[in-house]
Write a protein that binds this ligand. Structure first.
Ligand SMILES: *Cc1c(COP(=O)(O)O)cnc(C)c1O
Length: 376
């Protein structure tokens, strides 16, 4: 028996992508961002599903991720958004004109152009994130250097720093205006017809003017909101709060059941002591499998449509949950870690609020080695 199972709802994915398709129209391309094992959903499975659901491109962080996708999808356009290793042994992988690579520096562009066939070069402009990309003061210089070296530039990109964090968006607007200044500089240097892109889930949803030639959507495609502020922003703007449907469910089974007397300690560190006769179920999932240890004595799971709270500390490969109040529970019964059971559901947002993080981290840390099964 596998310790747990991750299932993917194709119909949820189709619904989430269709929602963006309706927003962005037919002239803007949809990039399904599937970096980091598709935010824990499974890289290969999500690559296929996203293409079937109508994604135009696939977005990844690394060349290694691109390589894994390429085996099954020889012609799809893959956008590599992270850094690329500038080493000879990777040249073979980079010789691919359907590979679009975001670069920050002149030497990266020169390296890519030296490969035949060369991947498409997209230059990143830093407009306020202070991560990758050329700093604003250097834009003119690099535009001229690229032209001088005969570099074929395919696109310009930037990334918003804080659209998800606020309902007040002047910083994002400042970034967008800086980006347009950059586009103008490259135009004057002789680069026109560039593919322009800057929007991720939140900015693609909130700012029509940021959708440009393509959007790069990750978290919302998986049916999760980038943040509560994104939802609030929509409502403050008088726009529809769209329905996103979570794609992923995470399940396991009860491995062992115990009946404990009043005054019994549970788990490492004896952090929980029963105050009444307590029925306990043990499940074979712990922090190794991707369950945050901060859920100890805090989070809940679902058994037969009822909430079962986590008692004691989460172990490396096991967790104890209370089933005192749930009738007819047996070994082998299904336990929902993330998903729905009866009228109850537990979301990545619940886990995020219980552990003081973001839903992105909750799903991304689910261990990659369980099978991802497509269910509908
Ligand atoms: C991860 C990433 C995205 C997707 O962001 P979401 O908020 O998940 O939609 C878009 N662009 C870049 C550059 C990224 O690194």
């Amino acid at each position: 028996m596998l310790s747990c199972e991750v299932t993917l709802s194709k119909s949820a994915l189709v619904q989430n992508i269709s929602l963006y398709r309706k927003l962005i129209g037919e002239h803007t391309k949809f990039t399904a961002v599937i970096k980091s094992n598709a935010y824990g959903h499974g890289l290969k499975e999500m690559a296929t599903l996203a293409i079937e659901a109508g994604a135009d491109l696939l977005g990844v962080n690394s060349l290694e991720e691109a390589e894994l996708i390429r085996q099954n999808h020889p012609n799809v356009i893959i956008l590599v958004m992270g850094s690329i290793p500038k080493i000879e042994s990777r040249k073979q992988l980079l010789a691919d004109s359907n590979l679009w690579v975001m670069v920050s520096r002149l030497e990266e562009a020169i390296f890519l152009q030296s490969i035949s066939p060369s991947p498409k070069i997209h230059l990143k402009l830093d407009t306020g994130m202070s991560r990758l990309g050329q700093t604003q003061k250097d834009w003119k210089g690099i535009a001229h250097s690229l032209k001088e070296k005969g570099i074929e530039l395919a696109g310009l990109a930037t990334h918003f720093a804080s659209t998800e964090d606020f309902t007040e968006h002047s910083f994002s607007m400042k970034q967008l205006n800086r980006f347009f200044e950059g586009v103008q500089i490259f135009k004057e240097a002789g680069y026109s017809n560039l593919i322009l892109h800057c929007a991720s889930s939140a900015s693609a949803m909130l700012f029509p003017e940021a959708r440009l030639n393509l959007v790069r959507v990750g978290i919302s495609m998986y049916g999760l909101w980038p943040s509560l502020e994104t939802k609030l922003s929509l409502s403050l703007m008088g726009k529809n709060i769209e329905t996103l449907k979570p794609v992923l469910s995470w399940k396991t089974q009860i491995q062992h059941i115990q009946s404990l007397e009043t005054g019994t300690y549970i788990g490492y560190g004896s952090t929980f002591k029963t105050t009444y006769p307590t029925k306990l179920a043990v499940i074979p999932v712990g922090y190794y499998e991707g369950l945050d240890r901060k859920l100890s004595n805090t989070g809940y799971m679902l058994v037969n449509g009822e909430r079962a709270r986590i008692l004691g500390r989460i172990c490396m490969n096991m967790t104890m949950i209370e089933i005192t109040h749930i009738p007819n529970v047996n070994i082998g019964d299904e336990v929902i870690i993330l998903g729905t059971s009866g009228n109850e559901s537990i979301s990545a947002d619940d886990h995020a609020s219980w552990t003081n993080t973001i839903n992105y981290e909750v799903v991304t840390r689910i261990l990659d080695k369980f099978p991802r099964t497509v269910i509908d």
